[in-house]
Design a protein around this ligand. Structure first.
Ligand code: VGL
Ligand code: ZN
Length: 215
């Protein structure tokens, strides 16, 4: 039984200087590198996801009349019956094939690691690295993990309260044993990070796994 490390969205867009900077994002890079240095041998696969949107993506406030960043809109999807998603609106971010969408400089990506794009459909957001927010379509992640006989996933990255949370909850939904390494994540806001950690814990995930050295 094998384990994978999922490094969620550690991209230029989400660190200081990017289009949707998350507090402490840049700090994460050396910490994740140190974790890779110490623990990579325990992971059968290391997978780096990238938020990768078309320039007119539905999650961008710029695509909605009279809406601002952090407003919400309710989107209706009807693929498998009615499904409504309350979409948070973001600044234009992680636009496909821009510098902003690239992995953070200095992140220790190696040749045998996997990258995975998400959020590539203009009409629906995908916080999780497994599914879009309606679970209508999947990325290759579940099949990559299945093919490699991986049953445990460790989740790190950005943002604790969005893409890390949705990825961890979907992994749990798909039957993986999930560990969220809290001190290798950074979130949008303190309150929603707290809520997200609670929500993940309620769902039976192993959160608050802290591996960074404490002084
Ligand atoms: C994310 C907001 C918008 C994330 C992605 O990676 O958590 N957050 N798109
Ligand atoms: Zn996004």
């Amino acid at each position: 039984m094998f384990s994978a490390l999922l490094v969620i969205d550690v991209q230029k867009c989400f660190i200081e200087g990017g289009s949707l900077p998350i507090n402490g994002g840049r700090q994460l890079v050396p910490l994740i590198n140190e974790m890779l240095h110490n623990y990579k041998k325990y992971f059968k696969k290391v997978i780096f996801s990238l938020d990768f949107h078309p320039a007119n993506h539905i999650s961008f406030a710029s695509q909605h009349l009279n809406k601002s960043v952090l407003d919400h809109v309710t989107l209706n999807y009807d693929k498998n019956g009615a499904f409504k998603f309350v979409q948070t609106l973001w600044p234009d971010h992680c636009v496909e094939n821009t510098t902003d969408s690239k992995l953070a400089d200095e992140l220790n990506f190696e040749i045998d690691d996997v990258t995975l794009l998400k959020g590539t459909d203009q009409n629906i957001d995908s916080y999780s690295a497994f599914y879009d927010v309606g679970r209508f379509s999947q990325t290759a992640l579940h099949s990559i993990l299945t093919q490699n006989n991986i049953k445990n996933v460790f989740v790190v990255g950005i943002a604790t309260d969005f893409c890390v949370k949705f990825t961890a909850l979907d992994a749990n939904y798909l039957g993986y044993t999930v560990y969220v390494v809290e001190d290798l994540t950074r979130g949008v806001s303190e309150n929603s990070v707290k809520e997200a950690l609670n929500e993940m814990e309620q769902d039976g995930l192993f959160v608050n796994l802290n591996i960074c050295k404490k002084n």
